[in-house]
Write a protein that binds this ligand. Sequence first.
Ligand code: SAM
Length: 257
Amino acid sequence: MDFSHPVQQKVFFDIHTNLPRESPGSDHSTLQALKAVAQHLPDEPRIGDFGCGPGSSALPLAKALPQAHITAIDLHKPFIDDVAQRAQKKDLTNITAYVGDMTDPPFDAGDLDIIWCEGAIYNLGIDNALQLWQRYLSPQGIIVFNDAIWQAPASKRPPELIELWSEYPSMTDHEGVLRMIEAAGYETLDHFILPEADWWDSYYTPMEDKLATLEAQYANQPDAILPLQEARAEILMRRKYAGLYDYCFYCVRSRKN
Ligand code: SAM
């Protein structure tokens, strides 16, 4: 779709507003990743949640770590407003949310013990992000991220699936991610594939419900159709090809002292 097209942009944000989350995942998986790094954290960890969306990871982290301080940043102001509202509703006072750019994060060197990034690292590419973010980490600081990986070898990837992921040309397989982690100067503490329910329960199923309403609402507006079709296609691809690609969490620690 074309983000500079005002109608398409509006429809895109109609689809992506008030969803419980904006990428595959769940509180359970966020907390599983937290458990994998817990032994390496200081008593009052400073956490930056980059590309936080509506607070899918910031909120469970803030609840699980009341002594932590979480700074959640995202480019999209309505998401930031959402995080602030959700945090207030849950009485979570240890989150600060503001509009910020993770390519130039509003932190000084060594400011963060953990950078958390669910479903957003693809905007920079894993290798770029790991290199860029290292300076913001305390010595041996942690980065937790998840991202799409290929499970099928290149020869077994259907053209329509390749097309779906073509906007993310640097998508690789698990071995490829491990190589990028090592090359950027980190060790991998843990990794795990998100369960299939993480694609559906808080992401594709609520999105599908929304699509039905929006398709009716925009039925007479042909220039609104593309974002709706693309969202449908993405969901269909998951139904058809689960197993050929997955979402994987990586918990990594900087080797810099
Ligand atoms: N982490 C959230 C989640 O899992 O629900 C959001 C994931 S969503 C797929 C990607 C998010 O990254 C969007 O909220 C988008 O606004 C944000 N984003 C993209 N580029 C960004 C940048 N340069 N700096 C900050 N946020 C960015």
